[in-house]
Structure formats: structure tokens, C-alpha cells
Design a protein around this ligand. Sequence first.
Ligand SMILES: [Zn+2]
Length: 325
Amino acid sequence: MKSWKFLLQPPWRHRLAGMVATFAVLLLVRCASVPELDPSTCIEVAGRPFPIGTRVVSWREPGGYDAYRRGKHFAPDEPPDGKLRYSPLRGNLPDAIAARAEASGLELADLQQVVHQFVLHYDICGCSRQCFKVLQDVRSLSVHFLLDVDGTIYQTLDLREKAHHATIANDFSIGVEIAHPGAYPQPMAAPMAAWYEKDELGWRQKFPPWLTETGIRTPGFVIRPDRPEIISGTVQGKVYHQLDFTPQQYAALAKLCAGLSRVFPRIRLDAPRTATGAIVDHVLPAAELRAFDGIVGHFHVQQNKQDPGPALQWERLLHEARALR
Ligand SMILES: [Zn+2]
């Protein structure tokens, strides 16, 4: 049998060297090439896509929710009312950033200095379609993200815009409205009972008869809270009762938190804590709120708000988001 050593003799030696070199170049080219971004799982910041690994429906897509629209979304035949639902510039900008932003809009590097909070809301609408209808068509307000019961995220504005969702935090925050019926002072009294029914597996969310179009994208989706029991807890010094968010919402929210923290390094994956390390369950003094870098609930921003309510599993969310960072 012929020895393999013939490969080390000319002309085989040269052919082998050529093959090795070609293979090395191909390997380098492959490693150096940027992987193709899947736009259906990206958020958009200052005109650039950033992958977060879960479905994000852009305002540009059919079926998306467009907060740039100067009119009602659900009455397309009505003439636009001309009202801006957001602000193209954030306020209280450092002078150097303000001058540049005035001329050409906020850029990613500016935003990374300015944006330092992610505000969690629940929408009391039960689904993102209804939430956008109320924000856009009724109240002329806005929020960057809607998180539906099936875990679908909708982005309504580029994050360079200031959305109108959390009063004094709007200038330096990004907001999400999580689809949910809300927290109530009495468990399963009339306002809460309108949203839930029980089957052999426990509580599941339903929709009141007047809400006929939910827009939920997953066909036949059953809205099952992550924990089967009613959760009771204190917000702003009062006890509220609430069913949990869905597992699909927790999974998508963790990815959104992690993605935002990658894009905006000032958004730390932590929430306001007491001296003993518990999550603060009430409004922060304004100066303390402004100084905080991380994830907050709407109730940390405003005394008159309870959302996202006592059921939100903060530690679980932060733990899962950190693992994805
Ligand atoms: Zn809110």
C-alpha cells in the first residue's frame, strides 16, 4: 500500500498547501461575516435593528400599531386630527446633546447617555389591540411597546422618541404596556370578575361581551395566568388583588428587558430596593426616581398608580433577564 507520505512530496505538497490555505480563508470569511438579522425579532433604536430573540411586530408591518399616525388607527376613513401622540425630542437634555438633537434628531450614542429607565405598566384593557385603541384613538397618548397576552411584542415608535406614558419619567424612559385586566381592592368583585372565569385548571382570562375583537395573533390562545391563585399584595400602602401575567408574557418581557439593557447600558437589570433588599412597593421621591438606573413600575413614578400591581414576579423577571444579557 502506498504511504500517505507521498503527500509531502512535490507536486502533492503544493496542492495540499493550496487546499489548506483555501479552507482557512473560507473559514475566516465565514467567521467574520455578520449573521443575518431577522427583522421579525428585532427592536428598532435610532433607525437601527437590535435582535432580542422574540417576536416584535413593528409599527411598519401590516397589523402593527403606528403611533406616528396623526389620527385614529381604528377609524382610517376619518381625516387625521393632526395631534402628535409622542414628542420627537426628549426634554432636559444635556446642552451638547440638545444642540445636536435640535439639528438632526437624537442619535444612538445620545440616547445611550439619556435613557436610563424601563417603565412597566399594565393596560387594564386585557389585550394590546384594545390598549392601542384607547391610547391612540381616545387619549392621544403613546408607549413604545405593547406586550400582548400571548407574548407578542408590538413596537409603536422608534425608541428615540419620547412616548407619553409616565409623566416625569417620559424624558428618560422607555415604556411597555403589558396586556392585563388590572389589580383590584376586592378579589373577584364585579370589576375583576368581568375578566375571569374558572375551569378545571383554574382561572383563565376572558373578555367582556363588548370587547369582540382582541387582535391576539396566536389562534385559539388560552389566557392562563402563570400562577393559578389570586395574588394579594400591597402597593402604595393599600392591598390589591390580581391574577398573574401569562408565562408567555414573562418569557417575552425578560427578553425585552435584556435587549434594552444591552442597547442602553444605563438600564441596569434591577428595580428600586429597600435597605433590606426588597423591591420598593410605593412611589419614589422625584429626585430618587430621577437618579435610579434600571427597571421600574409605573407605581414607582406616580402616587396615583398601582400598575403593574402586586402579582408581577420582579425577582423572577430580573433573574431571567440577567441570564439572557
Ligand atoms: Zn401605567
